[in-house]
Design a binder for this molecule. Structure first.
Ligand code: ADP
Ligand code: MG
Length: 606
């Protein structure tokens, strides 16, 4: 029979070290991890048995056994799940490439940087056994193999792997508990029961300890809502979805009728740390007829709700499920639609009843919702638009578009302004004027905000209007407009001269008394706004995605007089340069040539 001695891969060793030496407070999580693996192994076997009917043999009573041998100081966790072949043991247990442990390592690195205590809250996998044991013996048998396999290691560097005679399918893992008071309690009956209740209560297979089932087994989502407390949801969520925070919100859905199903959904507090990486997969767990079908069924959740985790249990699904079939499965599509509706309505409820919590949600996930509005040319905007909130000049707080519209009275357009941050935006001269006029302005500080509004085109029939666009008017004043027109005509050659001096930096120079108290301002003409240009500047094709810039000069400002009187002097280009650059600064753009700008400024001050 095969017998080999191997060394752990370098990274495995490193992880083992990290783990054993970092986990002091939460030693107890090892049991959760091993039980969870046993659970997974049974799930896998049951799933296989759907198509390979002979695989189970006589042994169909799925369960997990825990035994303690106080004399030898061992705990053994056994299951009758899928087991492992020789190669699988080598592959799965000898290396650290496995999901849980790899993720843990990344987390640990992160946590060390930010000094957050994440250890023990996370799925650390099989190796967590070495937190409490100085030797682990794993024995396993796969239904695909005649022989069994024994894997032995003290977790320091080497492991042994050998073929053995083993009759029963499944895996048993024996931990040789370390000496010392800190460890001996794990051999106590009350402790084991405690830990199972705390971390593994909702494992769906029976967990036996001393001939007694010590877990609840009834899936939490099949329980009556009245039986469940927030803590039950929270613990289930953390253990099942590997989060160390309680969820922000849970949704428990029991649907009867045409398609019957139960669903538990969780909105986390924080974006999953790997959300923006390739390794992140969206989707809900899928169960049918008490069989776990898959971990991430992405058909169940729209992309803009990717951050939501949870599960769906639907007995009505046919069992020979492949990915292709899933995509076209009409029941799944119907469930997905339902869930989407339910999530939106729950979020709307939260927005209405607990604004503070909603803002917490928004700060973390608002971008996903906004991206959802933008996606596919605004196809989902009607569904999602009432979830949008924006900062507003009205009492300096977040408002919904509905609230804005209810307040806007005679005004025809929903006004907005984009900027780096609220203080900068509020300092804009135009904002003061608008405040005096009692006009509310949405303050967009997220780069993608303006794209969202562009994708929406309008809300409730009201168009969005940037106060930085050329056709925005601070006030309707015919007389004043006539006056400006006249001045513009008189100053035609002056304006041309200014334009010549600025060359291609702006496409036009105009007079405008709608720019508040400042002497000059930069406006955008056409579909791309100044803020959008800033965002697009980082993307391919930036050359083409530029705003058409207009330099607006305030004829009522004293600097304009100054400019006029300097028309033929050598100061002229300097003043133009300053007016242009200060407009850039006000809009949050960098100055073209700071050295020249300061030179000009200084020479004029002198
Ligand atoms: P994860 O569970 O995240 O994959 P673990 O470190 O907990 O990571 O487990 C590593 C792998 O070892 C599992 O993916 C599985 O293939 C295998 N394994 C662990 N425990 C068992 C078991 N009781 N039965 C069968 N396979 C197991
Ligand atoms: Mg695991």
């Amino acid at each position: 029979m095969k017998k080999e001695s191997r060394v752990f891969r370098a990274e495995t060793k490193e992880l083992l070290n990290l783990m054993i030496h970092s986990i002091y407070t939460n030693k107890e999580i090892f049991l959760r991890e091993l039980i969870s693996n046993a659970n997974d192994a049974i799930d896998k076997l049951k799933f296989k048995s759907l198509t390979e009917t002979n695989i189970l043999g006589e042994d169909t009573n799925f369960k997990i056994d825990i035994t303690v041998d106080k004399d030898n100081k061992t705990i053994t966790i056994s299951d009758n799940g899928i087991g492992m072949t020789f190669d699988e043991v080598d592959e799965n247990i000898g290396t650290i490439a496995k999901s849980g442990s790899k993720l843990f390592k990344e987390q640990l690195e992160e946590a060390k940087k930010s000094e957050v205590d994440i250890i023990g809250q996370f799925g650390v996998g099989f190796y967590s056994g070495f937190i409490v044991a100085d030797k682990i013996v794993l024995e396993t048998k796969s239904p695909y193999s005649e022989k069994g396999v024994r894997w032995t290691s003290d977790g320091t560097g080497e492991y042994e792997i050998e073929e053995i005679e083993k009759e029963k399918r499944g895996t048993s893992i024996t931990l040789y508990i370390k000496d010392g008071d800190d460890y001996s309690e794990f051999l106590e009956e009350w402790k084991i029961k405690d830990l199972v209740k705390k971390y593994s209560n909702y494992i769906r297979y029976e967990i036996y300890f001393k001939d007694e089932v010590i877990n609840s087994t009834k899936p939490i989502w099949k329980k009556d809502k009245s039986e469940l407390k927030d803590e039950d949801y929270n613990e289930f969520y953390k253990a099942t979805f590997h989060d160390w925070n309680d969820p922000l919100l849970h949704i428990n859905l029991k649907v009867q009728g045409n398609i019957e199903y139960n669903s538990l959904l969780f909105i986390p507090k924080k974006l999953p740390f790997d959300f923006y990486t390739k390794s992140f997969k969206r989707g809900l767990q899928l169960y049918t007829k008490n069989v776990f079908i898959m971990e991430k069924c992405e058909e169940l959740i729209p992309e803009y709700f990717s951050f939501i985790s949870g599960l769906v249990d639907c007995d009505g699904l046919s069992l020979n499920i492949s990915r292709e079939i899933l995509q076209q499965n009409s029941e799944l599509q119907a469930i997905s639609k339902n869930l989407e509706k339910k999530i939106i309505s729950e979020l709307e409820k939260l927005l209405k009843n607990d604004r503070e919590k909603y803002i917490e949600f928004w700060k973390e996930f608002g971008r996903n919702i906004k991206a959802g509005v933008q996606d596919m040319f605004g196809m989902n905007k009607d569904k999602l638009q009432n979830l949008l909130i924006f900062m507003s000049s009205y009492e300096d707080k977040y408002v919904t578009l509905k609230e804005y519209v209810e307040r806007m009275g005679e005004n025809k357009e929903i006004l907005f302004v984009s900027g780096e941050n609220i203080d900068m935006v509020k300092a804009l001269p135009k904002m003061e004027k608008l405040k005096e006029q009692g006009k509310e302005v949405l303050i967009l500080t997220d780069k993608i905000d303006e794209f969202t509004l562009t994708a929406m085109m309008n809300y409730d029939g009201k168009e969005f209007k940037s106060i930085n666009s050329t056709d925005f008017k601070l006030e309707e004043d015919k007389e004043k407009e006539e006056k400006i027109k006249k001045i513009a005509e008189e100053s035609k050659s002056l304006l041309e001269k200014i334009k010549d001096s600025l060359k291609d930096k702006v496409s036009e120079v105009e007079l405008n008394n709608n720019i508040g108290n400042s002497a000059s301002s930069l406006l955008a003409k056409g579909p791309i706004s100044l803020e959008m240009e800033k965002v697009l500047a980082d993307m391919p094709g930036a050359e083409m995605n530029k705003a058409i810039k207009v330099l607006a000069l305030n004829p009522e400002h004293s600097l304009f007089e100054k400019l006029k009187s300097a028309e033929d002097s050598e100061d002229f280009t300097k003043i133009v340069d300053i007016l242009y650059n200060q407009a850039l600064i006000l809009e949050g753009f960098p100055i073209d040539n700071p050295v020249q700008f300061i030179k000009n400024l200084n020479s004029l001050i002198k």
